[in-house]
Design a protein around this ligand. Structure first.
Ligand code: SF4
Length: 488
């Protein structure tokens, strides 16, 4: 349930229904604000001085307990956005801003290796349920501790990619040198208890001289120390902060306890000093495992074991409550599970993932090709079409609007029904596209067969439960089904 209701927001709006914000009414605009689909500034009436107090109150009301912090370029396409969450649990509302994933690049690599790795990170992509899953930023690591090498590596990355950059160094001199040439808003990792004063001085000088923005990570094992550092930064006007309470590779449960306690303090106790995104470092697990392979009885190669353990840590931290994550391993087999988990976690639980209802030609079908009917739940659709592509199935695929429900749920809920099928078949002119009147239903849709036959007038054949068996099913049965159901 949303913590702020549209009515709470509406009460603070001008209530003129003037439509200048592009919405039909103030209430419609309030709903957009509630769903983070608009900004208060988009109501021009609120800019009049008489609304100053209400505008301020509204902005405060809409500020999430975990501040939204971004880094990267002004162009939103090249930004990493962290935080902005309002709830502890996804089902209470939704999670906003999918956790950005960054991959490290050491400044000890050769120029060519830096360029290659940066391009690999930028171009990494795989597609799942119609969405392109990608990486989000580069974490440039000052492994050399040499300011010049750090600056040179940054130059190469900037020349070859447009990725947001995290400058990872505890050496204030290195950060100072890098800031001289960076052309985007960086995330600076990190100010610690040990370098805090010197790092702060570098950053304040940079801010005064250039007026350029940056976001800063504060690191400490102690939550109390982190709170103190936040306070100090806020006093100096540095408020784009990210907190890093240390990722302990040898004791992930301790790390998680801290992440959970901090998030609980921010959201439930409204502790403003902890209301910032949290940074998780599964990369620590990677390097720890290289020398301490606890799964050597299963995986002997240290780098593979390190990648597996790193992915495990990343998945755990993603669920509780890392708002940005830095990894070292960037093989597809490591990234696929964590990016898939992120995709699942950040879908809005209030909106089932659905594709458009339609009759889709799969594999260039003709008039003698089978007609198969599924639902518009996107995971079902992409699984079915993936299986069909793999098996070379040619067919007309009816994708019924079942409000994003899977076959068995839609049959039980009544959305996978004859009326729906009849309307879609008529609307898409399917009868004119094929020489027969047979529809193959998934095995799980058997209970809806009678209703579909009655309403559509087509004959239904119950096929397999699983789309991966459809290819075989058609090879064995389609010819006879076609002959029996050929139009006279
Ligand atoms: S511009 Fe402002 S006052 Fe006018 S309808 Fe939109 S929200 Fe209401």
């Amino acid at each position: 349930m949303a913590k702020i209701s549209a009515m709470d927001i509406y009460k603070l709006l001008p209530k003129t229904n003037c439509k200048k914000c592009g919405e039909a009414s103030c209430m419609a605009f309030a709903t957009k604000l509630q769903n983070k689909k608009a900004m208060v500034e988009e109501c021009p009436i609120m800019n009049a001085s008489k609304f100053d107090a209400k505008k301020k109150e509204l902005i405060e009301l809409l500020s999430p307990p975990v501040k939204e912090v971004w880094f990267g370029y002004d162009n939103k396409k090249h930004r990493a956005i962290m935080g902005g969450d309002e709830v502890m649990y996804r089902y209470e509302l939704t999670y906003y801003n999918p956790t950005p994933f960054g991959i490290d690049i050491s400044d000890n690599l050769s120029d060519e290796e830096i360029k290659e790795r940066a391009k690999y990170i930028e171009n990494f992509v795989f597609e799942r349920t119609g969405e392109r899953l990608t990486l989000d930023f580069i974490a440039l690591r000052n492994a050399s501790n040499d300011p010049e090498k750090f600056k040179n590596a940054l130059k190469i990355i900037q020349e070859n990619t447009k990725m947001p950059i995290t400058l990872c160094s505890i050496n204030p001199k290195s950060v100072e040198e890098a800031l001289k040439i960076i052309n985007s808003k960086p995330l600076i990792y990190t100010a610690t208890e040990d370098n805090f004063e010197k790092m702060l001085n570098v950053l304040l000088k940079h801010k005064k001289e250039t007026n350029k923005e940056f976001a800063l990570v504060l690191s400490s094992k102690q939550v109390k120390t982190l709170r103190g550092m936040v306070k100090e930064c806020l006093n100096h006007g540095i408020d784009d902060l990210v907190l890093e309470p240390h990722t302990h590779p040898e004791n992930i449960s301790e790390t998680l306890d801290k992440f959970i306690a901090m998030r609980r303090s921010a959201i439930e106790k409204e502790d403003k000093l902890l209301g910032f995104p949290l940074l998780g470092l599964p990369i620590n697990t990677y390097f720890y495992t290289l020398n301490n392979n606890s799964i050597s009885q299963f995986i002997e190669e240290p780098d593979k074991a390190a990648g597996i353990m790193e992915a495990r840590t990343a998945s755990t931290m993603l669920i509780r409550y890392a708002d940005a994550i830095i990894l070292h391993g960037c093989e597809i087999w490591e990234l696929m599970p964590v990016l898939t988990l992120r995709q699942a976690l950040y879908t809005d639980p209030r909106k089932p993932q659905a594709v458009d209802a339609d009759v889709y030609p799969i594999g260039n079908p003709d008039a003698d090709s089978p007609v198969i009917m599924t639902t518009n739940f996107s995971l079902t659709y992409y699984t079915v079409t993936g299986d069909f592509e793999k098996d070379g199935v040619k067919c007309w695929l009816i994708v019924l609007d079942t409000e994003g429900k899977a076959v068995d749920v839609a049959v039980a809920g009544g959305q996978y029904n004859g009326e729906n099928a009849k309307n879609l078949i008529a609307e898409k002119g399917l009868a004119d596209k094929v020489n027969h009147n047979a529809i193959i239903l998934p095995g799980l849709a058997a209970p809806a067969r009678g209703d579909i036959e009655e309403k559509t007038g087509w004959n239904c054949v119950v096929g397999t439960r699983d789309s991966s068996q459809v290819g075989d099913f058609l090879k064995k049965n389609w010819e006879s089904i076609l002959e029996k159901n050929r139009k006279k």
